[in-house]
Ligand binder design. Structure first.
Ligand code: NAD
Ligand code: GLY
Length: 357
C-alpha cells in the first residue's frame, strides 16, 4: 500500500494507492469520523462493475447509503445533474457531517465534488476514482465543477476531499482507450516537473500498458506526489498551478471544436502537449532532442500526436481568443524549457502561434 499526503494544514488529506481498497471503503470512512448517512454518487457503468462492492463495505460498517447513479458522459456534468443529487441528499436528510462519495471517473468526481462543495455550504467529500486519469489528476487537488453551455468547468470551486482511495484493481476493466488517456496526464507530470520520472516512464511504459500493478502503483504515486507539491504551493491557481495545464490550451480547443465527442480528454491533451513542445522548440526554448522524446513517448502510449486534419489554424486561433484562458486579453501557453521544466507564457503574440499553420 502506498500513501501520498496533500499537505494543506487543517485540510490535509491522504491519497491511498493499492489493490483491494474499494472493498474497504467503509473502514477508511470510519477513520474520518463523519456522519452515518452517505450519498454514494456513481455512473451506470461503474455502478454495474463496482457499486455493490463499495456499497456493501459501507453498509457493513453501519453507514446508511443513498445510491445516486448518473448517466455516463461529459454531457451530464451539469447543474441539472447536480440538482438531482441535491434532491437525493435532501430526501436522505444528509446533514453537514454526512459525506458525499464520488465513485467513478473524472466526470462523477467533478460533479459529485461540486455537490459536496455546495450542499449545505459544504459536506465532507471522499473521492474513489476509477479511471487512471481520475486517480492521477481529477480526484486530487480540489478542483470541482460542472459545465455550462458557454464552456467547460465554468461553474465550480476549489474544494479538497477528505480522502482519496485509488484502487488498482479497478483499472483492469478500463477500456484501453481510457487507460491511454490517463497515461497522457502521467506523461504530463514528467514533462512539467521531473526528468527522472519521464525517463522512468520511457523505460516502464510497456509495463504500464500491460497493467503491471507495481508499475501502475509507482506511476500513480509519483503523479500524485507531483500534483500534491504543486497544489500545496498554489492551491487556487494564482500562478504555479497553471503548469498543470500543460497541453491543455490546444487540447481544450480540440475537444471543444469537435463537440467533446471525437477525442477523450487525455487524447486531446496528448495532441496539445506535442503541439506545445513543438512551439517551444520553434521559439528556441526546447532542445530538438527533448521535443522528439516527448513526441515519441506520447506516440508509444498509443496517443495521437498530430492536430486533426479538419481543424484549421484559424479555427484554433479563434477559439483561443474566446477561451477562458485568455486572461486580460493575453493567451496562456505552458511551454517546456526542458523535459522536467516548464514556463508559463501569458502574452504570446498571435504570430508566434504559427506552429499550427
Ligand atoms: P469519465 O469520467 O468520463 O470516465 C470515462 C469512462 O470510463 C466513463 O464511461 C466511465 O463510466 C468509465 N469508467 C470509469 N471507471 C471505469 C472502470 N474502472 N472500468 C470501466 N469503465 C470505467 O472520464 P475521465 O477521463 O475519468 O474524466 C474526465 C473528466 O475529468 C472531464 O470532465 C475533465 O474535465 C475532468 N477533469 C477534472 C480535473 C480536475 O482537476 N478536477 C482534472 C482532469 C480532468
Ligand atoms: N487539472 C488541473 C488542475 O488540477 O489544476
Amino acid at each position: 500500500m502506498r500513501q501520498v499526503t496533500v499537505n494543506l494544514g487543517l485540510r490535509s488529506y491522504p491519497i491511498w494507492i493499492g489493490a483491494g481498497l474499494m472493498a474497504r471503503t467503509g473502514a477508511y470512512l470510519d477513520n474520518l469520523a463523519v456522519g452515518r448517512k452517505v450519498l454514494l454518487v456513481t455512473s451506470h457503468t461503474v455502478q454495474k462493475l463496482y457499486g455493490a462492492m463499495a456499497e456493501d463495505s459501507l453498509r457493513r460498517h453501519g453507514y446508511r447509503v443513498t445510491l445516486a447513479v448518473m448517466p455516463d458522459g461529459e454531457e451530464y456534468k451539469t447543474l441539472a445533474t447536480a440538482e438531482q443529487l441535491y434532491d437525493l441528499a435532501f430526501a436522505a436528510e444528509l446533514d453537514r457531517r454526512c459525506p458525499v462519495i464520488a465513485l467513478g471517473g473524472g466526470v462523477v468526481g467533478d460533479v459529485a465534488g461540486f455537490v459536496a462543495a455546495t450542499y449545505l455550504r459544504g459536506v465532507p467529500l471522499v473521492q474513489v476514482p476509477t479511471t487512471l486519469l481520475a486517480q492521477v489528476d481529477s480526484s486530487v487537488g480540489g478542483k470541482v465543477a460542472v459545465n455550462h453551455p458557454k464552456g467547460k468547468n465554468i461553474i465550480g470551486a476549489f474544494y479538497q476531499p477528505r480522502l482519496v482511495l485509488a484502487d488498482l484493481d479497478v483499472l483492469g476493466s478500463l477500456p484501453p482507450r481510457e487507460l491511454r488517456g490517463g497515461l497522457a496526464e502521467i506523461i504530463k507530470y514528467g514533462v512539467i516537473w521531473s526528468r527522472d520520472f519521464f525517463s522512468w516512464l520511457e523505460i516502464n511504459l510497456g509495463r504500464l500498458l500491460q497493467l503491471d500493478q507495481e508499475s501502475l502503483a509507482a506511476a500513480i504515486e509519483e503523479s500524485c506526489r507531483i500534483k500534491a507539491q504543486v497544489v500545496e504551493q498554489d492551491e487556487t491557481e494564482q500562478g504555479l498551478r497553471a503548469i498543470l495545464n500543460y497541453g491543455h490550451t490546444v487540447g481544450h480547443a480540440i475537444e471543444a471544436l469537435t463537440g467533446y465527442r471525437r477525442f477523450i480528454h487525455g487524447e486531446a491533451v496528448a495532441v496539445g502537449m506535442v503541439a506545445a513542445a513543438r512551439l517551444a522548440q520553434k521559439k528556441g526554448l526546447l532542445a530538438a532532442d527533448d521535443c522528439s522524446r516527448i513526441k515519441a513517448l506520447v506516440a508509444r502510449a498509443g496517443l495521437p500526436v498530430e492536430l486533426p486534419s479538419d481543424i484549421t489554424a484559424d479555427d484554433l486561433k479563434e477559439f483561443f481568443y474566446r477561451d477562458k484562458k485568455v486572461v486580460e486579453g493575453r493567451l496562456t501557453f505552458v511551454l517546456p524549457a526542458a523535459i522536467g521544466q516548464v514556463d508559463v507564457f501569458r502574452d504570446l503574440p498571435e504570430e508566434e502561434l504559427n506552429f499550427i499553420e
